[in-house]
Design a protein around this ligand. Sequence first.
Ligand SMILES: C[S@@+](CC[C@H](N)C(=O)[O-])C[C@H]1O[C@@H](n2cnc3c(N)ncnc32)[C@H](O)[C@@H]1O
Length: 463
Amino acid sequence: MNTPQNADADNLKHQSNIGRLDDVDIHDWYRFVYAYSDRVITSLVDEFDIEQDDLLIDPFNGTGTTTLAAKKLGIDSIGTDTSPASVLSARCKTNWDVDLDEFRSRRSELLSTLQPIFKQISSQGNTTLDSFGSSDGDEVDLSQYDFTEPKKTPKGWLSEKPLKKMEVLKYHVEEMPDNDVTDLFRLAMIAILPEDVGNVRFGPEATRDRKQEGDKDVFTILKNKLQEIEDDLESVQQAMAAGEVDPGEAEILRADARKLADTLREESELLNSDKHEGEVDYLITSPPYPAEHDYTRNQRLELIWLNAADDNKDLQKIKKANIRSHTKNIYVADDEGEQVNIRENDRVDSIVAEMERIIEEEDISHGFGKYYPRVIEEYFAGMQHHFEQVYDLLAPGGKAAYVVGDSGSYWQVEVETAKILGELAQNRVGFEEPEVNLWRNMAATTADYDDIEENVLILTKPE
Ligand SMILES: C[S@@+](CC[C@H](N)C(=O)[O-])C[C@H]1O[C@@H](n2cnc3c(N)ncnc32)[C@H](O)[C@@H]1O
């Protein structure tokens, strides 16, 4: 942690890193609708005075905003998530030592393989030349490719020709050796899928956008994405070679945040290194909250293209590892709420009671509404288990910041998420009195509900 005599030097180091890497975005290689801005991290790093000796974690790291921001600031970090697409994203964004020559040569080989095939697919069924090229020249044999639409693809999310092109791309990426250069191709592939190649719109939930349907210039879309990645990596590698930046180390692992300490103690090299001696200094994250956000649906195409959601079993594995935060990931066997007697918390109890009253009065026996009370119970109980793990990992005096929204998604019953989480962390886990600071007001997703608050909950482990 910071001491007065080195605080200025550290801040300067942060500033110079930020200045040098200002134009190197990297965040945009792949983002999803639930990603937060790296401004959250930089302002909390300042507020907490986090310095370069510290270890920062993000247990709900998503596409990797925290770990990338930390790396840019010269701070070591560990990021975990349950989604293979997010883990891949965070890993690529924080691996700046990748062999760029190898990347370039593989890229030209891949693009020259794809170009004639994509042209041919575009011109299939066309009697005139289409906008992406003609079918003149030799016909390519397409019989090695399987063009069947993957079972779990939501209807209409990919039009016929873009689907075929993405199947061809997948085939060739899978033929590459399994290493970090290939990870960049995997990332480029999934990054372009939903909105650039597919017909998906996020509002914030994913829906089919009929206006997007039809053929797409997947070749140029992919080429541009690979170029963006190359440009950013070239800039950071030049800056590192010139000694102009001193990036932090980052380690990205797949883990359920409810088993965080157990997993990190077993698997993390950074946590167990001589520098960090098994202790985490800070945590900055944006966890799920009860609001019907279905992470595995929003990333459905990405997960399918990474072979992580081909059937129900694969998908359920990810869903079951997730904190229960919406009605489509509640299971009969879920009993975390009961295990920790979550309704002994008065706020949780009154929310659940209010929902049960509505269910009874309105005689709701079908649809997802009947699961609302269970989402609330399982969500808060899951987060309590997570806090226990964080308490175990944090150094005495360590701080954790959770950027989390309140919720009115369920019959407008108000759920003051940050306040309740703070009570559970203090009364049941042992953290000091929590702080809840307003981060911003978000437009509510239900039209008839006022803006809802997004707060930063700050927890401190006693010295
Ligand atoms: C609000 S998003 C985080 C977004 C992230 N800040 C970013 O900028 O991309 C919440 C994340 O929590 C992950 N998640 C849900 N349950 C989890 C669990 N039990 N353990 C770890 N990650 C989980 C989801 O996959 C999702 O990526």
